[in-house]
Structure formats: structure tokens, C-alpha cells
Design a protein around this ligand. Sequence first.
Ligand code: PRP
Ligand code: MG
Length: 205
Amino acid sequence: MRFVLPKGRLFKGSLEILRKAGIELKPPENRELMVQNGKYELLLARAFDVPVYVEYGVDVGIAGSDVVEERESDVLVPLELPFGKCRLSLAMPKENVVSVEEMDGFRIATKYPNLARKFFERRGVEVEVIKLHGSIELAPKIGIADAIVDIVETGNTLRANGLVEVEKIMDVSALLLVNRISQKTKFKEINELVLKIKEVVKDEF
Ligand code: PRP
Ligand code: MG
């Protein structure tokens, strides 16, 4: 069975929950991105690509609900996991806060262009979206954007950069992802895995 895990913030929590569920995956000691652990294979990917790998054939993955929604990946989600809790929010410089309805013509910096566009479309507000790959909080600080759509966990990054959260767009959590075909061809193994993780979650959280 193949697992794809995100190299970033969810990596440790992902290894830990799988280990508690009886699946010991050892990360590679060198720069290798794929490593065999007995009958399991571990693939290391960028967070935004994990759902894509699962959609196109990797049996199981763990990714945030933010990236699953952003990539609109066609994957099964048998379980929400008890870590990676944060939110996707709209934030603005604290000295010019306006309501969403007053944001026509605003420029929004984000790693989540699809989710940002959908949010403003639902509200009937026309904005320009600039896609960046990180350090989003920088864009309004130097004046290339009027607001951002980004992840907020503690709120420290917003505060440190003079921004305030204006609206929560969605709650985010780590999710267990399963490939649609694997769910059929590896039915027994995958169901066992899901049941074991459910037990771990119930016992510990
Ligand atoms: C994430 C996110 C926010 C910050 C939120 O960035 O994009 O900037 O963490 O956490 P906080 O509310 O606890 O401050 P990350 O550090 O992963 O870097 P990146 O945006 O450059 O990818
Ligand atoms: Mg950031």
C-alpha cells in the first residue's frame, strides 16, 4: 500500500497517527522522496499536491481540507483527523478595514485562488485575485494587495504584520484521503486502516 504525506506542518502528526494505528512509516534519511517500509511505501509531496497524487492513484494520503477543496480533488474522505486545525480567513490591514460588500475592485493575495474567487462570487463582489505561493501577509504590507485570504492558526502572523481577520471562510482540519479505485481493489486493507485510526482518535482525543 502506498501513502502520500505532506512534507510541511502536517507531516509529524500524520506519521504519529499512522504509527498509533499500527503503520510504522520511517521518513527517508536522505533527500529521497519515496521510501519502502516493509509492505508500505511512503511518498513525500508538497501539501497542495497530496490530493492530486491520491486522485491519480496513490492509495492513501493525508492533507488539509483547505488544499482538498482548493484542488477540487476527486478523492474519498473517510475520516476527519484530530490535528491541523485552523481556518481559512479574509484579512486586511488594520488601518483600512471594510466590509466584504465594500470590496469591489479590491486586489486579493492568496495561495487559494479558487476558494477566494468562490467566496467573493457568493457575496456578489468582484475582486482581482493574485496567486502567491507563501508569505501572503507581505502583499498588503507593501501595498500590492488590499487584502489576503490565508490560513490563520494562532493569529500571530496576522498580528505581526499589521493585519486583522475580517471573516472566516472555512474551518480547516487534516483529512484522511483514499483513492477511489483503491477503496475497491484494496477494500479490506483500507477498511482496517480506517477502523484503526477511528479507534486511535476515539481513545486519545
Ligand atoms: C501559514 C499561513 C499563515 C500562518 C498562520 O504560513 O499561511 O501565514 O501559517 O499561522 P499563525 O496564525 O499561527 O501565525 P506558513 O508559516 O506555513 O508559511 P507560508 O505562508 O510561507 O507557506
Ligand atoms: Mg504564511
